[in-house]
Design a protein around this ligand. Structure first.
Ligand code: PEP
Ligand code: MG
Length: 977
């Protein structure tokens, strides 16, 4: 690691990093750097990389400290220079904040320490420097409180207990007979610091550290530790964030919002995170530090006048009181507001996304402390993406990629029935923190949300520890906290209904009661929350399905434009088919015919067929089933007119259909005119050790061909009946659980024979297809043979997963949770397709199938067909469609578009890479060619020189000869003379 840079400096509009370095600097660190680069005022500081966190987790504290010690000391010196202060100096101390910041934002899950560097000496310096002793002591008590909690582990001892520091604050207030924190005198604050330190010593055994460097290293390591705290681990699990990513640590010069009436702190969103409306909004507090706004201890005020007026209506505050006691930032600090408004506009334009901002005003100067893409509800996600697309800020593909497919699920949740809502009794009102409708039984503790199937978590305020319970509850209600409180932000991120800051509620954790509007409610009582209006209602309120149009519809149209795969649905009733069609399904990918046999008289005839002694008996029963089944198909074909419908022939083991209870067996005995014992014996004889690997799928049709005959006839007759009415049915008859080519062939022949017979009887025809499910590994491996009979393949990835892993679908619950906890598996393979194993079989099947039948139709109908990452995988294999349950159709449509856009980008990237590679190769070829030529030229030159030298030598010797000849001649002439 010798030369690796571990610490990145920023400040004075310069930075070592930038926004593209999120993986290394975390989201916060990268954006702090970027804000410096684009001229936004940010207090100077430095970021310790996420890689150091990973090394800390692997090799421990001593290793991590020695690795970064020099760099951190240098960075602190740089910050001192930029701020003109000195870390640890008694007269002019440099005070720091230490905050976490992972790659993906994890609001509130990890730890923060503010005002670090304060001690008994520095407090004097700060008091003198700011001429504000109260501010200095208020900052000190906050520091001891935060550091005591985060670094030294001073926490409540039980869930019913309040925070030990809060307990001391309450005690002092009681002794002094005061209500608000800001009424505490300087001496009260001094006393508070003394008591805090004593309590830390008593409860944790730690002496509160005075040395700023000890404080700093303690805080940095505590932030690294917080990556592994329970709530961070749970949040990562919930949001698929890998543990290896680690958190960065941001150390930054403090700016103070608690320096008096000219200082403030706040949180803001460039658009509404609940509804997506394009309005700047947020909350702030004058003379406060950041945590005060989100902790819900004081009532935060709104940023804009418009927001403030809206808030006043909801909070039942009249205009006079609002303007006097709760003015907006726009009114209270108009100049700062104008600067903040310009900054939010710039940041949104720069990042091209809705931003969640943190700011502090220190003595009349605005500082930005954070910007990040804001968490939002599913509805807001869709609206913001579509609005930004219409505003020209992003293009179609970007708009689609901005919406997480799974988030659409929230939009499909029920809403309150208007009439039921109108007649409901409103108990009181809070703030509409996260829209939606929730009904449930009251629980007061997050770890008890599972007590009831439908629960509403009621808290004075929530904290990050409550995350798991918030995820389980139907809705969240808090007595304290504003629109940016922990409860509000987390609920919006989860898409969960939340009403916050219902100040008139009186909640007693010990008695487990809530008083609303004079009525007492206890644990288990039913209430309803309207997250759109903030109303809290008595009892259950009926809900209905939501209307989907506007932005949602437009987004879906865009999705279809950018996808190649179609989305079908798994449906077995006309009603479900219609629901799916309304959601945009382009056909049925799986109609499980067995589901149709369970209602009314059908189950009796079905049981008669199963319990019959011989073929004749079975045929009698099947004759009764035929018209019933035909009517069912007519209903579905009608609902899906003009679209393909894949009907799967009977699949489950017969044992699932027979009566196992005494009453049912007696009834069957009566219908069939046999004794109860005979029925019992028959039922027992159907029992299997491994029914999932037993007498099911096409094995049923091959042992009892009359079942296949009846079902094929019902399908073809239904389609012909509709044709007469002018309705086009497009049946695709699917043989389940094929493993060998012969068992499929035999079934195919029966289907085709029956179809021809019916065509002849009716003197009419329809188009239909015969295909199979690929859900047994053998079928995948021999797909070239299977494709001889099958006109289409539909991957039954539920069974294919079961058989590839050898995990029983029915028994995996016993070990899968442990496997996931231990990290043996990353995902439940029954939910998220295992691309490595099951995916390889699918790839083989697709390639082999296409070899035999190049145009073979291919789709998927296992549960994975509605899971975004699995949908993407299907796209890479060139599937024609995915099929999923009706309510997942919109999710799959968006996922199909994402898959295609990403595939396109991937293809483009691969093409670019390939071109680069070829260019490199050509370059290499040219230069090696050049080398050869050069070598050759050198050789030739050498040879030429040699030859020339030889020639020269020859010429020289010839010349010498001639000269000597002349000389001889001259000599002779001279002699003659
Ligand atoms: C499958 O196995 O993936 C499938 C769709 O069939 P079933 O779930 O009915 O077994
Ligand atoms: Mg199956």
């Amino acid at each position: 690691m010798g030369n690796v840079k571990n610490v990145y400096l920023f400040g004075d509009k310069k930075a070592d990093g930038d926004a593209s370095m999120k993986n290394l600097l975390g989201g916060k660190g990268a954006n702090l750097a970027e804000m410096n680069l684009i001229g936004v005022p940010v207090p100077p500081g430095f970021t310790i990389t996420t890689e150091v966190c990973t090394l800390y987790n692997e090799k421990g504290r001593d290793y991590a400290v020695s690795l970064i010690k020099d760099e951190v000391e240098q960075a602190v010196a740089d910050v001192e220079k930029m701020t003109g202060t000195k870390f640890g100096d008694a007269n002019n101390p440099c005070l720091l904040s230490v905050r976490s910041g992972a790659r993906a934002s994890m609001p509130g899950m990890m730890d923060t320490v503010l005002n670090l560097g304060l001690n008994d000496a520095a407090i004097e310096g700060i008091s003198k420097k700011t001429n504000n002793e109260r501010f200095a002591w208020d900052s000190y008590r906050r520091f001891v409180q935060m550091y005591g909690d985060v670094v030294l582990g001073m926490k409540p001892e039980s869930k019913e207990d309040i925070d030990p520091f809060e307990e001391i604050i309450e005690k002092i207030k009681e002794e002094k007979n005061i209500e608000n924190d800001n009424e505490l005198s300087i001496n009260d604050l001094k006393e508070m610091v003394k008591r805090f330190k004593a309590a830390v010593k008593a409860q944790t055994g730690h002496i509160f550290p005075d040395d700023p460097w000890e404080q700093l290293w303690g805080a940095i390591m505590a932030v690294f530790d917080s990556w592994m705290n329970d709530r961070a681990i749970y949040y990562r699990k919930l949001n698929d964030i890998p543990a290896e990513w680690g958190t960065a640590v941001n150390v930054q010069a403090m700016v103070f919002g608690n320096m008096g009436a000219n200082s403030a702190t706040g949180v803001a969103f460039t658009r509404d995170a609940g509804t997506g409306e394009n309005i700047f909004n947020g909350e702030y507090l004058i003379d406060a530090q950041g945590e005060d706004v989100v902790a819900g201890i004081r009532t935060p005020q709104q940023i804009t006048i418009e927001g403030s007026k809206r808030w006043a209506v909801l909070a039942d505050v009249n205009e006079e009181e609002r303007a006097a006691k709760y003015p907006s930032l726009e009114e209270a600090m108009p100049k700062i507001y104008a600067e903040l408004n310009a900054t939010q506009n710039n940041l949104e334009l720069h990042y091209k996304d809705m931003q969640d901002l943190e700011f502090t005003v220190q003595d009349g100067k605005l500082w930005m402390l954070q910007t990040r893409s804001g968490k939002r509800t599913g509805a807001a996600m869709v609206k913001i993406a579509m609005d930004m697309y219409k505003e020209g800020m992003i293009n179609e593909k970007e708009a689609l990629l901005r919406v997480e497919a799974n988030k659409l699920d929230e939009l499909l949740h029920p809403v309150f029935d208007k009439d039921a809502l109108a007649s409901g009794k409103i108990l009181t009102k809070g703030l509409p923190a996260s829209p939606g409708a929730a009904t449930g039984q009251i629980v007061f503790f997050a770890d008890e949300c599972e007590k009831f199937e439908n629960s509403i978590l009621v808290r004075i305020e929530t904290s990050p520890e409550d995350l798991e319970g918030m995820n389980i509850a139907n809705g969240i209600l808090t007595a304290r906290g504003g629109m940016t409180s922990h409860a509000a932000v987390v609920a919006r991120g989860m898409g969960k209904c939340c009403v916050s800051g219902a100040g008139s509620l009186k909640i007693d954790y010990k008695k487990r009661t809530m008083i609303a509007d004079g009525n007492k409610f206890k644990e288990g009582d039913w209430i309803s929350l309207n997250g759109t209006t903030g109303e809290i209602l008595e009892d259950k309120i009926a809900t209905i399905k939501p209307e989907l149009s506007g932005d949602f519809g437009e987004l879906m149209t865009l999705a279809d434009k950018h996808s190649v795969m179609l989305v079908r649905t798994n449906a077995d009733t006309p009603h479900d088919s219609q629901v799916a069609r309304d959601f945009g399904a382009q056909g049925i990918g799986l109609c499980r015919t067995e589901h149709m046999f369970f209602e009314g008289e059908k189950i009796i005839a079905m049981r008669e067929m199963i319990l019959a002694d011989d073929e004749a008996g079975r045929r009698d029963a099947l004759a009764k089933l035929l018209p019933l089944q035909r009517t069912d198909f007519e209903g579905i074909f009608q609902a899906m007119h003009d679209l393909p419908v894949t009907v799967r022939l009977l699949d489950p083991p017969l044992h699932e259909f027979v009566p196992h209870d005494e009453k049912g067996q007696k009834e069957m005995a009566k219908v069939m005119g046999v004794t109860v014992d005979t029925i019992k014996e028959k039922v027992e004889s159907l029992s299997e050790f491994n029914p999932m690997l037993g007498h099911r799928g096409c094995r049923l049709g091959n042992t009892y061909p009359e079942i296949t005959e009846m079902q094929s006839r019902a399908i073809i007759e239904a389609a012909l009946n509709l044709k007469v009415q002018g309705i086009t049915a497009k049946p695709e008859i699917m043989i389940p659980l094929t493993g060998t080519k012969k068992e499929l062939k035999m079934q195919e022949e029966i289907v085709r024979e029956i179809a021809e017979k019916v065509f002849e009887e009716r003197n009419d025809r329809i188009d239909y297809m015969v295909g199979t499910m690929i859900e047994i590994p053998r079928a995948a491996l021999t797909a070239d043979e299977i494709a001889e009979s099958a006109e289409f393949f539909s991957f039954g990835t539920n069974d294919l997963t079961q058989m590839t892993f050898g995990y029983s679908r029915d028994d995996a619950g016993k070990f899968l949770p442990v496997y996931l906890d231990k990290g043996i598996l990353d995902n439940d393979p029954f939910q998220v397709l295992d691309q490595t194993g099951v995916g390889s079989l699918m790839k083989i099947a697709v390639e082999k199938g296409r070899k035999t039948r190049p145009n073979i139709k291919i789709g998927i109908c296992g549960e994975h067909g509605g899971e975004p990452s699995s949908v993407e995988f299907c796209n890479t294999l060139g599937f024609g469609y995915v099929s999923c349950s009706p309510f997942r159709v919109p999710i799959a449509r968006l996922a199909a578009a994402h898959a295609n856009i990403k595939q396109g980008a991937w293809d483009a990237e691969t093409t670019k890479e390939n071109l680069k590679e070829s260019a490199k190769n050509i370059g290499n070829a040219i230069s090696s060619e050049y080398e050869v030529v050069e070598k050759e030229a050198k050789k030739m030159a050498k040879k030429a020189r040699k030859e020339a030298e030889k020639e020269l030598k020859k010429l020289k010797s010839e010349a010498k000869n001639i000269i000597s000849k002349f000389e001889d001649e001259i000599k002779n002439l001279k002699k003659k003379k």
